[in-house]
Structures are given as structure tokens and as C-alpha cells.
Design a protein around this ligand. Structure first.
Ligand SMILES: *Cc1c(COP(=O)(O)O)cnc(C)c1O
Length: 364
């Protein structure tokens, strides 16, 4: 079967060239005579893979030397508890900016381990914007400030970051590697791999050295960053195959010209879709213009019925996974790095044709 245009929010589209490389080496990797899936995580071959994966990530994101990179499991959701278990050390207090569903989950988990201050929220307008950073008062007696850099479900993103004395912690699950960032502004960055890095099963953590080794005494060994730093992410069996495929995706990013080029491409793709939506008499975006995500683009018509019809016809035309998250409804196009420009162009053509048909029906 021909490949579809997959707008899934995650797990999501991967570059075809990466999938083909995986296929080519699936049964026997290099001279190993076995698949990466069958290899010991302590073998020389796998050691080279994980080291190369880290080196590429460091190069592409320009990660400073005083940061460690960890390859973990448990998804971004496990970081919701791992972060407070490790970072609440002086004040037993964390500050949060609440920008949607994932922020709320991170907040309710942190509350189990300490005090939580919500210093800004966009809940008043259904999370359709990112609160203004100029208005922010950041209490000095906090252990860290947590943000969700891109809100996968609501389609918003931070275009700049708060300046804090306390470490800034960011859930970058849905926009890591979509544009260059200054890692030195953050104390800790985490991301589930299945959106913009690779297959599900891998969680990447980038943590500044001074934040390692202060875990709560009740913190499980597996949830202590120090455990994984000390063992170079090989304390227990890491998600070896996901790490391998992620390494290939990082190579692909380099081939594309790195994050500057990737970002330009992402700007172009998002503009194609937003420009169409903004002039459309049928479709509209619920998100404030300055807060719009480049990765997840929610949109809707004014009718539930037309939304349903759109999704059915889109699917029949090879545009897959365009349903909005069950909590918000409507539609959402997730257009991560690996979604080709052509995928957006074709989607816009399709939306335009659908719109013409609907308008004709309404007018007749
Ligand atoms: C998908 C997502 C999560 C949850 O990730 P899991 O790896 O499934 O735990 C958390 N935060 C954000 C921003 C996400 O997009």
C-alpha cells in the first residue's frame, strides 16, 4: 500500500529514508550478523550506537558540556514525577505556568511531592494563548519553574522563555528539534521521543550537572537521575531499538542542514496551513496568532457535522489522523519535522476543494 500523509500527534511520521535504512539493516546490522533488536545493550555495536546518538544530539542542539544527556524510559509522563523527586531540594516548592492538559498533569504529579505555585495560566481562555512573560512575578523561593514549551493538544508554543534565577524546566516533548534553542537557559529539558525524535519507548532528558544528585531519600533508584548519569544510561536495559532509530533521525536532521534549516522548513509548512485557515470562510483556528505552534495546528469549522464529514473525506483521500484530541474536538494537523512540505500543500488543496463543495451545497 502507498504511504498516507500521517498527521498523528504521536507516535508520528518518520522520514521515509530513515525507515528504509532500518529496513535494509533490520535482519543484520553492519557486520553484527544480528538485528539491533537482538543485541546486548552492552555490546560494542550498541555502545557505538548510543554514543553516536548522544554525540549527534549534542552537536545538533549545541548542548553545553556541563549538561548530561540521558536515554530513559517511561515517557514524558514519568518525568512529571521524576523532576519533583529530584529537584525539590531547598524550598520544597515548584512554580508552574499552566498552558494546558500536559501542564495540568505535570502539576498534579508535582503536588504529591511538594508545594506548587501556579504563577500564570491561560485556562481563562481555554488555553488558546501563552501568558505574557513580562507580567510574570517569579518568587525567589522556588526550586524550579516548569513550562510546557509546546502544547500538543491546544496548539500553542512559547516563542521566548522566562528568565529565572531558579532552574527552568521544560517539557519539550512536541517541539524538541523543531528549531534551534539555547539549552543554557534551561536547567532541565525532557521529551518523549515519539513526536519529533523517533519511535515510542525512549525519553530524552538533558540535565545541568548541578541538578544531579539531590534526589529525595524516598526516590526509587530508577527515578534518580544520578543512577542513569553514573551508568551512562545503561543502568538497566535501555530502549535499544528506539535509540537506534533516533540516531538515524538525528543523522537525517544533519543531512537536512541542521536545526536552522529544519526551522525554516517548519515555518514555511506552518505558514501554508495558517494562511489558508485564516482566509477561509469555512475553517478557523482557535489559537491566538502570537502563540501558535509550528508543530500542532488545531482547526475547526463551526459545525460538528461538517467536521465529521471533513474527517471522513480526508481519510478517504489519504490524510490520516486529523482528529482533534478527544478533549477539544475539531481537527488537528500535527506537522512534525518529518512531514514533507508536499503533505501540507496537498492538505491545503484538499481543504480548499472541500470548502468549495460545502459552500456550493449551502448556497444551492
Ligand atoms: C505526548 C506528550 C506528553 C506525554 O508523553 P508520554 O511519552 O506519552 O508520556 C507529555 N507532554 C507533552 C507536551 C506531550 O506532547
Amino acid at each position: 500500500m502507498e504511504r498516507v500523509y500521517n498527521f498523528s500527534a504521536g507516535p508520528s511520521v518518520l522520514p521515509v529514508s530513515v525507515l528504509e535504512k532500518v529496513q535494509k539493516d533490520l535482519v543484520s546490522f553492519g557486520n553484527a550478523g544480528m538485528s539491533v533488536m537482538e543485541m546486548s545493550h552492552r555490546s560494542k555495536e550498541f555502545e557505538e550506537i548510543i554514543q553516536k546518538c548522544e554525540a549527534l544530539l549534542r552537536e545538533i542542539l549545541e548542548i553545553p558540556t556541563n549538561y548530561k544527556v540521558l536515554f530513559l524510559q517511561g515517557g514524558a509522563s514519568t518525568q512529571f514525577s521524576m523532576v519533583p523527586l529530584n529537584l525539590l531540594k531547598h524550598f520544597q516548592t515548584a512554580a508552574f505556568i499552566n498552558t494546558g492538559s500536559w501542564s495540568k498533569k505535570a502539576i498534579s504529579e508535582a503536588k504529591k511531592y511538594g508545594d506548587v505555585k501556579i504563577i500564570a495560566s491561560s485556562e481563562d481562555k481555554n488555553y488558546s494563548y501563552i501568558p505574557k512573560l513580562e507580567d510574570l512575578y517569579i518568587d525567589p523561593s522556588i526550586d524550579y519553574l516548569h513550562i510546557t514549551s509546546n502544547n500538543t493538544i491546544e496548539g500553542t508554543k512559547f516563542s521566548s522563555f522566562p528568565t529565572t534565577k531558579a532552574p527552568l524546566v521544560a517539557d519539550f516533548s512536541s517541539n524538541i528539534l523543531s528549531e534551534p534553542i539555547d539549552v543554557s537557559k534551561f536547567g532541565l529539558i525532557y521529551a518523549g521521543a515519539q513526536k519529533n525524535i523517533g519511535p515510542a519507548g525512549l525519553t530524552i532528558v538533558i540535565i545541568r550537572d548541578d541538578l544531579i544528585g539531590h534526589a529525595n531519600t524516598l526516590c526509587p533508584t530508577m527515578l534518580d537521575y544520578k543512577t542513569h548519569v553514573g551508568a551512562s544510561s545503561l543502568y538497566n536495559t535501555p530502549p535499544t531499538f528506539s535509540i537506534y532509530v533516533s540516531m538515524l533521525v538525528l543523522e537525517w536532521i544533519k543531512e537536512q542542514g541542521g536545526l536552522k534549516q529544519i526551522h525554516e522548513n517548519n515555518l514555511l509548512k506552518a505558514k501554508l496551513l495558517y494562511d489558508f485557515i485564516d482566509q477561509s470562510p469555512l475553517f478557523s483556528s482557535p489559537v491566538e496568532i502570537e502563540s501558535r505552534s509550528l508543530m500542532n495546528i488545531p482547526f475547526s469549522t463551526s459545525s460538528e457535522e461538517i467536521n465529521k464529514q471533513f474527517l471522513v473525506e480526508a481519510l478517504a483521500n489519504g490524510f490520516v489522523n486529523l482528529e482533534g484530541h478527544r478533549s477539544v474536538g475539531g481537527m488537528r494537523a500535527s506537522i512534525y519535522n518529518a512531514m514533507p512540505v508536499e503533505g501540507i500543500e496537498k492538505l491545503v488543496q484538499f481543504m480548499s476543494q472541500f470548502e468549495k463543495n460545502i459552500v456550493e451545497v449551502i448556497e444551492s
